[in-house]
Design a protein around this ligand. Structure first.
Ligand SMILES: [Zn+2]
Length: 157
C-alpha cells in the first residue's frame, strides 16, 4: 500500500543531543522493526532536519511512514532534531522547515490547516511543549509570504 498524504505531521526527536542524529534514529527505528524505505532508511519520518538546518529525505512520499500510528498511509512526517520540551529549534531549522512546508503544501495542494503537531493525534508532547499547537502553521504562513515576496511584480501593464 502506498502513502497517499492528506496532511503533514511535524515531530521533534525528543533528543537534546547536539550532534547529527540521523544514524542514531535510523538504528533505533531499525531495532523497532520499522519498514525500510525505498531510499534505504529505517527512519520512520519522510524528512529529518538537523540542528544546522540540513534536510535529509529518508522516505519517498509514496513510501509508508512509521511516525504516527493510524496515519502512516495518509500523511507526510517531518522531524526536527531536538527536544522542544526544554529547548527551542534553531533559526536554521525553522528556515528549513518553513520552506519545506511551503514546498510540500504547494506540491500536494495542502492548506495551512493540513499541518499538525504529532500531539494532535497521540498522547505525546511531540513536537514539544515549548512550541504552541499552531507554531508550525504560523511558520508556514510566514515563509509562504516570504516566498511570495520573491516573485517580482509585473510592471508592464
Ligand atoms: Zn512525534
Amino acid at each position: 500500500m502506498q502513502n497517499n498524504p492528506t496532511k503533514i505531521i511535524v515531530h521533534h526527536s525528543a533528543d537534546i543531543t547536539q550532534t547529527d542524529q540521523l544514524a542514531k534514529i535510523n538504528e533505533y527505528h531499525k531495532e523497532r522493526d520499522f519498514p525500510v524505505s525505498s531510499l534505504g532508511y529505517y527512519v520512520g519520518y519522510h524528512y529529518l532536519i538537523n540542528h544546522a538546518g540540513q534536510l535529509t529525505q529518508t522516505r519517498k512520499i509514496e513510501d509508508e511512514g512509521a511516525h504516527c500510528i493510524g496515519l502512516n498511509f495518509d500523511s507526510i512526517g517531518i522531524c526536527m532534531e531536538g527536544n522542544f520540551d526544554i529547548e527551542l529549534p534553531t533559526d536554521a531549522q525553522k528556515a528549513t522547515l518553513g520552506n519545506l512546508l511551503v514546498e510540500l503544501c504547494a506540491q500536494f495542494n495542502f492548506d495551512v490547516t493540513d499541518i499538525f503537531p504529532h500531539r494532535c493525534f497521540r498522547n505525546t508532547s511531540c513536537y514539544g511543549n515549548l512550541l504552541s499547537p499552531d507554531w508550525a502553521r504560523i511558520l508556514f504562513l510566514d515563509y509562504k509570504d516570504k516566498n511570495n515576496e520573491k516573485i517580482p511584480m509585473c510592471s508592464q501593464n
